[in-house]
Design a protein around this ligand. Structure first.
Ligand code: ISL
Ligand code: CA
Length: 552
């Protein structure tokens, strides 16, 4: 059985500060804006906030390019604001985890300015410098954002490695001084009262020895190669010994590229690395890299089963359908049309909160925020979208309409439109001009309206979170997919000792004359998005009907 831990019982809420709430009218969300909304977050029932990078940054990648790890981005506020945020959360019995971006820094970080100043500088070895090969870069590595992963520095003629943008040079984790610096930074924020870290791109920190060329197949899925550095587990265990041990923290690693098979090595409690990781199999279902492809509910169920077992006997796992890097779940997995919107957002919420694993709600998901419409490339903001465009349409490799078709659906910008608080101008996000367009559907989809409506998506989330908190079986109970072959209904049980619950989710817009397998019957409805009651124990599932039941 699973050991009881606060971070298994918690529901986490991800705040992308820039788009959450603006306090001073400059159009950019900030820490005081977030502090103003803490009562709202408390009312939702979440216990932990994951804060987007709050550090000083030139914002080439919205804060995932850090210039100074011990200072606050002035656009977001001050150190005093940060301290008030922690205090405000603690007063409400809540906790904060911060985003730790340590695979790379900004090219404006002092370490990199030093490093770049010449081969003899003591900081040279903080980053990964190599001589070129023939007239080009040292090898054929590609950046996750497109183009070569190497940038030539004219001064020395050498190249530095960057898995992301050229303004995000990768740190050299081989260098023990780099590791000590990172540990100091972690202790600094722990001393300020944070309860853990979301570790950005953490599985990329160990590089492949020799930096050989990638095969063509590897170039198609870079993340699967970049996570295979041989020292990743040494580094994580070293970090654990030096910083994390004895503190009871939530540590969640972004495991983009890590297979289910290789997951126990990261999350097994006995190994002392991380408490849980994010996999991307679910949010990336229906796409290859950035291109859209077909997917089925059966595929989704296979991933759910695979992920559930991936944590091994003494590891833990996450549940999420959205984050700041992926489209809105109701637009991807659900039905954003007026009829489908409410029911499908609630169906997805049921999956998110009721499967096994710590659930992560991304801001706006709890009101069913949707993707936004993009006309042309000029409507996109994100460095990733621009990179994809430049490396396809820009070099005449693909037609504009084909690339736009995918970008509209998958762009990270979809998740970054301002939070929709109410029906006033700019959705109540700012009194000024928002840094990024507000989705025009804010007059229909917003917090104020849903707060006041008992049947809203928001109030369904509140009920789900309360229900999960009230039943140990919904937190620690085993997950079993009891109907893997059904083409549109997700049916699973959560079982702990003699307690058992059934979760049913009709993942389509049609009524299903659903027959429970194994002759099972429903005895009691705990929560149902159609407010159904028990008839003869065999549900006719309405479009997107979902709920939690006790079996007879
Ligand atoms: O969003 C992606 C591509 O569309 C992913 O490949 C993403 O880049 C990957 O999951 C790593 O993401 C993290 O690190 C990036 C940052 O841009 C993302 O926002 C962050 O979540 C670089 O720091
Ligand atoms: Ca602001």
């Amino acid at each position: 059985p699973q050991k009881e831990k606060w971070w298994k019982e918690a529901v986490v809420y991800q705040v992308y500060t820039r788009s959450f709430s603006d306090s001073n009218g400059d159009g950019i969300g900030d820490l005081p804006g977030l502090i103003d909304r803490l009562d709202y977050l408390k009312s939702l029932g979440v216990q932990v906030i994951w804060l987007a990078p709050h550090y000083d940054t030139p914002n080439v990648d919205n804060g995932y390019d850090i210039r100074n790890y011990r200072a606050i981005d002035p656009l977001q506020g001050t150190m005093e604001d940060f301290d008030r945020l922690v205090a405000g959360l603690h007063e409400r019995g809540m906790k904060l985890i911060v985003d730790l971006v340590i695979n790379h820094t900004s090219d404006q970080h002092e370490w990199f300015r030093q490093s770049r100043s010449g081969p003899d500088n003591p900081y040279r070895d903080f980053y990964i410098w190599r001589d070129g090969r023939d007239d080009g870069p040292p090898n054929n590595y590609l950046s996750i954002f497109g183009g070569s992963a190497w940038e030539k520095d004219e001064a020395s003629g050498q190249y530095y490695l960057h898995y992301f943008a050229k303004e995000q040079p990768d740190l050299n984790w081989e260098n023990p001084k780099v590791r000590q610096e990172v540990y100091d930074i972690m202790r600094f924020w722990l001393d300020k009262g944070v309860s853990g870290f979301r570790m950005d791109s953490i599985c990329f920190i160990s590089k492949l020895p020799g930096l050989r060329d990638l095969t063509l197949a590897e170039m198609e899925s870079l993340e699967h190669v970049y996570v295979t550095g041989p020292k990743i587990h040494d580094y994580l265990q070293d970090m654990h010994r030096e910083v994390l041990a004895g503190r009871d923290l939530l540590t969640v690693g972004e495991a983009f590229g890590v297979s289910f098979e290789n997951t126990p090595a990261f999350v097994s409690e006995a190994r002392n690395e991380l408490t849980m990781v994010f996999h991307f199999e679910i949010v990336r279902l229906g796409r290859h890299d950035w291109q859209v492809q077909d997917w089925t509910i059966k595929d989704l169920k296979a991933v759910l089963r695979g992920e559930d077992t991936s944590s091994g006997p003494d590891g833990w796992l996450t549940s999420f359908l959205e984050n700041h890097d992926n489209p809105r779940s109701v637009s991807w997995f659900g039905d954003p049309s007026p009829e489908g919107h409410g029911p499908s957002a609630k169906a997805l919420a049921t999956l998110l909160i009721m499967r096994r694993g710590t659930p992560y709600i991304y801001q706006g998901e709890e009101i069913g925020m949707t993707n936004i419409h993009f006309d042309g490339i000029e409507d996109f903001q994100d460095i990733n979208a621009k990179g994809i465009w430049n490396n396809t349409v820009g070099i005449g490799k693909m037609p504009a309409e084909e690339v736009l078709h995918s970008l509209r659906r998958i762009s990270r910008d979809n998740a970054r439109t301002p939070m929709q608080w109410d029906a006033s101008d700019h959705a109540g996000f700012t009194t000024g001009l928002p840094w990024f367009r507000v989705n025009p559907n804010y007059t229909d989809i917003n917090v104020a309206q849903q707060d006041a409506s008992p049947d809203s998506i928001l109030n369904y989330y509140r009920a789900l979170i309360q229900l999960r908190a009230s039943q140990k079986a919904l937190i620690y109970g085993d997950f079993e997919d009891i109907d893997p072959d059904h083409p549109s209904v997700i049916a699973f049980t959560r079982t702990l000792g003699s307690e058992q619950f059934l979760v049913l989710i009709n993942m389509c817009g049609e009524t299903e004359h659903y027959i429970l397998p194994h002759g099972l019957k429903i005895a009691e409805v705990l929560l149902d998005n159609m407010s159904a009651s028990v008839g003869n124990g065999l549900p006719d599932l309405k479009p997107w009907q979902a709920g939690i039941y006790r079996l007879a």
